[in-house]
Design a protein around this ligand. Structure first.
Ligand SMILES: *[C@@H]1O[C@H](CO)[C@@H](O)[C@H](O)[C@H]1NC(C)=O
Ligand SMILES: *[C@@H]1O[C@H](CO)[C@@H](O)[C@H](O)[C@H]1NC(C)=O
Ligand SMILES: *[C@@H]1O[C@H](CO)[C@@H](O)[C@H](O)[C@H]1NC(C)=O
Ligand SMILES: *[C@@H]1O[C@H](CO)[C@@H](O)[C@H](O)[C@H]1NC(C)=O
Ligand SMILES: *[C@@H]1O[C@H](CO)[C@@H](O)[C@H](O)[C@H]1NC(C)=O
Ligand SMILES: *[C@@H]1O[C@H](CO)[C@@H](O)[C@H](O)[C@H]1NC(C)=O
Length: 477
């Protein structure tokens, strides 16, 4: 039986041959119609000079096209599943000055992912719009659609994109799209990522965006000109991790219903026109890491909020939100908080030195408020924070100095606590120069007495000196 070749070996050989022949360009079967649609679609973007059949006789085989990939389907044919147009690599497909969408795009019936990057951008390029029809032809296959950084891509977002019911990711960012967000985008029930940012879109956020998109993880509608209220339906986005509607013209309250977003990590509402205070329900969004609300006329008190609940908070930005009240101690319980921006409000009261003990604190902005009294942070704290600590523009705030060190510099724009001596200088300035010398000396001697003297005792001491000086001046006249 020695010479016989085992049947298994033959089967194995045949299998190997089959696999090889499929990855081998010369024999990869591809429908002629599919090949032609691919070439003509690409020519639409890169120009007619591009001769696919000459350069890439076998786009799914050995001579594949940069940015194009294929898959083998059950019928034994290869089909194009990914097309990326734009200068990503040196040999990528680049758009010509006359680039346009070719209707052959819609003949690629197995296309899963389509992206256009930095196309229609040359100064000579005429404006281009997204085709308004035929998207239904891709509805059973397309999962990813991405148009990024295409300055010449204008016009409206076609309603027909709402037919792409298998879409998982829709990214339309940094183009020049105008008009309103189509209600039909809310039909894309399998979306995980919806990014329609940095265009010139106007109008309201459709309520449908919240009702149906239960699988959505990221919603980014930032940097447009959206108006109206944040729809309360957004509370229905049960899986959402990131909600970014910053840099729009949204008005009205922050809806209570957002508290249903139990997985939300990032809430970015910066640079809008939202009012009505901090809704107490936000206290229950326990997963939040970034709560960015700056530059909104929110109003209300910072104190009536249980900050200690938001244990995972790392970045709290409440700059310019018209907040009043004192900084509640509950904020100092936030062990992971790295950035606390409270500048540009009407916050008042004493600044607790406990803020400096927050273990992760990396930046603290208190400038532009009505804080009062002495800042009691250590020199080590100011040195560590550097420019990441700001407390200027608080007219009633001052910094103290530790015993034995009068040379120390305080934080920018904050004056030394004067405990009355400045008042003395001020009063005497009107009269005699000798008075200034007298009080300057007295405040220096005060410092050497040490920090055991309470500010009240210091005040009394200075007042006493003031009387002595006045009596002295009086009697010398
Ligand atoms: C493309 O190249 C093929 C083969 O090199 C050639 O036969 C064909 O004429 C070319 N087509 C165009 C439009 O230049
Ligand atoms: C949105 O606008 C902000 C502020 O103008 C800017 O810093 C940011 O880069 C913009 N984002 C995009 C994606 O253009
Ligand atoms: C902001 O909203 C208020 C109403 O809450 C409105 O009166 C005002 O005009 C809005 N400002 C801008 C810049 O849209
Ligand atoms: C807070 O963060 C920790 C660590 O990243 C994580 O395990 C925990 O689930 C988070 N808490 C919430 C409520 O998401
Ligand atoms: C006093 O403060 C100055 C300025 O910060 C510092 O350089 C110096 O070491 C301090 N002296 C003492 C005795 O702490
Ligand atoms: C005293 O007050 C004047 C003006 O009110 C101010 O310019 C000066 O810096 C103060 N001096 C001290 C030592 O606080």
């Amino acid at each position: 039986m020695r010479g016989a070749i085992p049947v298994q070996a033959i089967i194995l050989l045949l299998l190997c041959f089959r696999v090889l022949s499929q990855s081998d360009g010369s024999t990869a079967p591809m429908e002629e119609k599919e090949k032609e649609a691919l070439y003509l679609m690409i020519q639409g973007f890169v120009g007619n000079w591009w001769n696919g059949s000459g350069l890439y006789p076998d786009p799914c085989g050995w001579t594949s096209i940069q940015g194009v990939s294929c898959d083998l389907f059950e019928n034994g044919f290869w089909y194009v599943t990914t097309v990326n147009i734009g200068p990503i690599l040196d040999n990528s497909l680049r758009c010509s000055d006359n680039a346009e969408f070719s209707s052959y795009l819609f003949e690629l019936s197995h296309l899963r992912s389509f992206s256009i990057f930095n196309c229609f951008s040359s100064p000579f390029h005429k404006e281009t719009i997204i085709p308004s029809q035929s998207w239904n032809k891709l509805s059973s296959s397309l999962e990813t659609l991405e148009f990024r950084l295409n300055k010449g891509l204008t016009g409206q977002i076609p309603r027909a994109l709402g037919q792409l019911v298998n879409l998982k990711s829709l990214v339309l960012t940094e183009n020049s799209l105008i008009g309103e967000l189509p209600w039909e985008i809310g039909n894309l029930v399998h979306l995980k990522r919806l990014t329609i940012s940095a265009n010139q879109l106007s109008g309201k956020i459709p309520a449908s965006f919240g009702t149906n998109l239960a699988e959505l993880l990221i919603m980014d509608l930032s940097n447009n000109s959206l108006t109206g209220h944040l729809p309360s339906s957004l509370g229905g986005l049960a899986s959402l991790l990131k909600l970014d509607v910053s840099n729009n013209l949204l008005t009205g309250n922050i809806p209570q219903e957002l508290c249903k977003l139990k997985n939300l990590i990032l809430l970015d509402l910066r640079n809008n026109n939202l009012s009505g205070g901090l809704p107490p329900s936000l206290q229950t969004m326990l997963a939040l890491q970034d709560m960015l609300l700056s530059n909104n006329p929110l109003g209300g008190s910072i104190k009536e909020f249980s900050w200690e609940n938001l244990k995972n908070l790392t970045h709290l930005d409440l700059s310019n939100t018209e907040l009043v009240g004192e900084i509640p101690d509950s904020i100092t319980d936030l062990q992971k908080l790295r950035v606390l921006a409270l500048d540009g409000n009407q916050l008042s009261g004493f600044v607790s030195p406990k803020l400096a003990d927050m273990p992760s604190l990396f930046a603290l902005y208190l400038n532009g408020n009505n804080f009062a009294g002495e800042l009691r942070f250590s020199q080590e704290f100011y040195n560590r924070m550097g420019r990441r600590f700001a407390s200027w523009n608080n007219p009633n705030l001052c910094y103290g100095f530790k015993a034995g060190n009068t040379t120390r510099e305080g934080p920018d724009g904050v004056s030394k606590c004067n405990y009355g001596e400045n008042r003395t200088v001020h009063n005497l300035d009107a009269g005699n120069k000798a008075g200034r010398v007298e009080t300057t000396q007295s405040s220096a001697s005060m410092a050497s007495i040490g920090s055991s003297a309470s500010s009240f005792a210091r005040y009394m001491w200075i007042s006493f000196l003031e009387i002595v000086v006045i009596v002295f001046l009086w009697s010398s006249m």
